[in-house]
Design a protein around this ligand. Structure first.
Ligand SMILES: Nc1ncnc2c1ncn2[C@@H]1O[C@H](COP(=O)(O)OP(=O)(O)OP(=O)(O)O)[C@@H](O)[C@H]1O
Length: 396
């Protein structure tokens, strides 16, 4: 987002990549009221999402056939190395595209809100969804607020028409700022962004995102720009708000240890594709894609204290002109010649569809899925999980 761009979630927000082309869909975005949410119902359904960004080197396929669902009240982690397509994919969930000429296909629908496919909708229609029903917490709090407008005004704008009357709006802004842990919020209303620390700015952006109690929050690396101590506080805040408000959360991170501590399910992305999708405990204890195994092996807890951290050798391929076969092949320990003939597809492995979440029994989860041809061969015992989310319930 640019320096003068309000965070997505405000009715008037215009993030730098929201300008869209395409034919407006016939239907209006008229979501159902938030109080009709039922925990465990499908909120978001993404089918074969493809996002191609035209560049001089050819179209960059930043999302290439992404299919996933998000339940009401669920926390889904999206994890992968830099450039794997996490941000582009997650922004597409809100109808955002990186450039006006970017092509988007597939469907992104919100059955839980009564909203059909949003991929063809222009910003003026998407704006009815933003803030009220879905909101985004951006990567960099330092550049996401308008530097010349007071904090109180920016949070008040995010209320839209949900609160009427100057006094009531002021009260609600104070309440929101208190809810996100800003000390003495009544004294902060007249402050400008440059008077806030990074952590305070991120708290403000979270207040803006939750102002209308949306059904879904997308948090794109919400702690990356902050120092380590503050990172934990912000993550803890996000999760306690998610739990208290019953919001669904998509948490984007390159850090599997962060994601594995707080998410119900994890989608692992590699080179524009989801290569593995599973509930967190299953993913950590029996990963069925060699890339996931490599990510787990690279976690700090996977090696003894005096050993150097493991890295995944090689680098992801550029996302231009890739074929249908495995994109991880060049870096894969288990690669064999037959993999080069096998078009990959995200297929069920392991537990049957509908396994209950170990952390939230109300959530019926889709099956464990992997794109690896050798998924059935990956012995569970090979992958000793370096961390377990056993304390997840208490942490949240
Ligand atoms: N505006 C753009 N123009 C051209 N290519 C782009 C643009 N935005 C993103 N890309 C490309 O799309 C691919 C996916 O980018 P994306 O930002 O989604 O990755 P990511 O996994 O979120 O990475 P990071 O963790 O670094 O944010 C990358 O190859 C990136 O270079």
């Amino acid at each position: 987002m640019s320096a003068a761009t309000p965070a997505l979630g405000q009715p008037g927000s215009r993030p730098d990549s929201t300008e869209q082309v395409g034919t407006p869909a016939a239907e209006e975005v008229v979501p159902a009221p938030a109080d009709r949410r039922e925990p465990g119902d499908v909120l978001l359904e993404v089918r074969d999402l493809r996002v191609s960004i035209p560049t001089a080197a050819g179209p960059v396929h930043a999302a290439d056939g992404v299919t996933l669902t998000l339940r009401q009240g669920e926390v889904l982690g999206v994890v992968g190395e830099t450039g794997s397509g996490k941000s582009v994919t997650c922004r597409a969930l809100l109808g955002l595209r990186p450039t006006p000429r970017t092509e988007v296909s597939g469907t992104v629908a919100y059955p839980g809100l009564g909203v059909d496919d949003i991929t063809g909708l222009p910003p003026r229609r998407l704006r009815r969804l933003w803030g009220r029903h879905v909101a985004m917490i951006p990567q960099n709090p330092m550049t996401s607020l308008d530097p010349v407008r007071r904090i109180g005004d920016q949070v008040a704008e995010a209320l839209g028409d949900t609160v009427h009357g100057a006094a009531a709006r002021r009260e609600r802004v104070i309440e929101l700022l208190r809810q996100v842990g800003l000390p003495a919020p009544e004294r902060r209303l007249d402050a400008f962004p440059h008077q806030f620390s990074g952590g305070m700015l991120q708290r403000t952006l979270i207040a803006i995102a939750i102002a209308q109690n949306p059904a879904m929050l997308v948090a794109d690396e919400p702690t990356t720009a902050l120092d380590v101590l503050i990172q934990d506080q912000i993550l803890g805040l996000l999760l306690s708000l998610q739990r208290d408000l019953g919001t669904s959360l998509v948490l984007v991170s390159h850090d599997l240890s962060v994601v594995s501590q707080v998410c119900d399910r994890v989608a692992v992305m590699y080179a524009g594709q989801v290569v593995e999708l599973a509930d967190t405990a299953t993913l950590l204890s029996s990963p069925r894609h060699p890339y996931t195994r490599a990510l787990i092996g690279a976690l700090p807890g996977a090696v003894a204290r005096d050993e150097p951290l493991r890295v995944i050798p090689g680098a992801p391929p550029p996302l231009v002109g890739l074929g249908p076969t495995c994109r991880f092949a060049a870096r894969c320990e288990l690669h064999e010649a037959a993999c080069d003939e096998w078009p990959t597809e995200l297929l069920p492995v392991g537990a049957p569809a509908g396994s209950p979440s170990p952390f939230r029994p109300a959530l019926r989860l889709v099956s464990h899925q992997s794109r690896c041809r050798r998924a059935p061969d990956l012995a569970t015992a090979d992958a000793a999980p370096p961390t377990t989310p056993k304390d997840q319930g208490e942490q949240r």
